[in-house]
Write a protein that binds this ligand. Sequence first.
Ligand SMILES: [Mg+2]
Length: 198
Amino acid sequence: MEKKKSILLDVDEVVCFSGFRGAINDFLNTDYEVDDFTNYYMDEEKIPMERFNEFIKFINARNLYDNADILPDAIESIEYLSYLYDIYICSSCINPFDIEGSGKLFKDKYDFLRSILPFIKPEKFIFTGTKNIFKADVQIDDRMPNLINDIETRILFPSYHNKEVTDEELIEQKILRAGYDWRTGWKETTKILTKNIK
Ligand SMILES: [Mg+2]
């Protein structure tokens, strides 16, 4: 049997929305929905500077993956694609605003991924802050800076913070877009990855 092509799969905003937004809402006593944000770093956008340290302590007392929202069709699509592709998780676990406290994120994300994606072996989990050094045939990510590399098939997963990315920019960078709405991102991603498979 021919060797399967490999996928580097991002987690946050692609497989799930972590409990980060819920933590912001609980901390500020607000009701923000996903699409109320435009900045990738939700806390930078909504938490007042003078309360930032207090907020870091607040989120460190939580497991942000306890109440994560799985994106529509994510699990079924990833399981289906795992028969066609060799899937590696490639995810950042470092909160740039709290380097010291980020170790907890590695553990909480690891346990979460083991429970929701039992068909992906933990040997295939890559937790990193430097995604760009990894090679694969396909990469799925919601952040443009992570997709600037020479991987053959790169897919921008639609998200609240990447709506401003233009079609021209994507064409120039040879990056595909899995639609414009995170609600249908997995339907579009699966379409792309089942059409082009050789
Ligand atoms: Mg992401």
